[in-house]
Design a protein around this ligand. Structure first.
Ligand code: ADP
Length: 183
């Protein structure tokens, strides 16, 4: 029904918000699938290279193709992926048009490095990984995201409320779902 891409540097809060958003949208009756790039990559790229070529293939093609399959069956897809090149997200925008919502999950590099729940920044600083977006390769900020969440100022509940309000206010899903929000 919709494709919502949560983008932002590692540890900005994408997965945390994706989980809470999925729970909220399921409660009002939507069918939800979260495409968590790290999880899908474990299967498709068990020995990931994190090279430009592999990322172009995965984020530019595979992820969007998976979203397309689910979207076709009226499922609302939450993409939880940094997708550091603007081009990846623009490909998705072209594919899904008005049904695409880009959510920029924003926080400073300093905060992300302090949080580091997956140890990625530590691994980068120790030289165990070499192409971490935001630190070692550029993260291309969204130019016109539908929604910006600053996770240094807005908590998870606020983030979820902001996204759901956007969807309902713009009537991107039928009213019958939004009317269940207060119950
Ligand atoms: P990402 O998926 O972007 O790599 P995660 O969601 O895995 O990031 O990690 C973000 C970390 O930041 C978590 O430990 C989470 O608890 C914490 N955090 C602190 N404040 C927020 C917030 N407002 N929104 C989301 N996560 C937050």
């Amino acid at each position: 029904m919709l494709v919502i891409w949560l983008t932002g540097i590692p540890a900005s809060g994408k997965s945390t918000i994706a989980r809470a958003l999925a729970e909220k949208l399921r409660k009002i009756g939507l069918e939800i699938e979260v495409l968590e790039s790290d999880e899908i990559r474990k299967v498709l790229t068990p020995r990931p290279l994190y090279s430009d070529e592999e990322r172009d293939w995965f984020y530019g093609k595979v992820l969007i193709w998976l979203a397309k399959l689910l979207f076709k069956h009226n499922i609302t897809v939450i993409i939880d992926a940094t997708g550091h090149k603007r081009m990846y997200r623009e490909n998705a925008r072209r594919e899904f048009g008005k049904k695409f919502i880009e959510v920029y999950v924003k926080c400073s590099l300093e905060t992300a490095m302090k949080r580091d729940p997956k140890g990625l920044y530590k691994a980068a600083l120790e030289g165990r990984i070499t192409t971490l977006p935001g630190l070692q390769v550029p993260y291309e900020e969204p130019e016109n995201p539908e929604i910006v969440i600053n996770t240094e100022k807005e908590d998870v509940d606020t983030a979820v409320r902001k996204i759901v309000s956007y969807i309902c206010n713009r009537r991107l899903i039928p009213e019958e779902y939004c009317s269940k929000l207060d119950t």
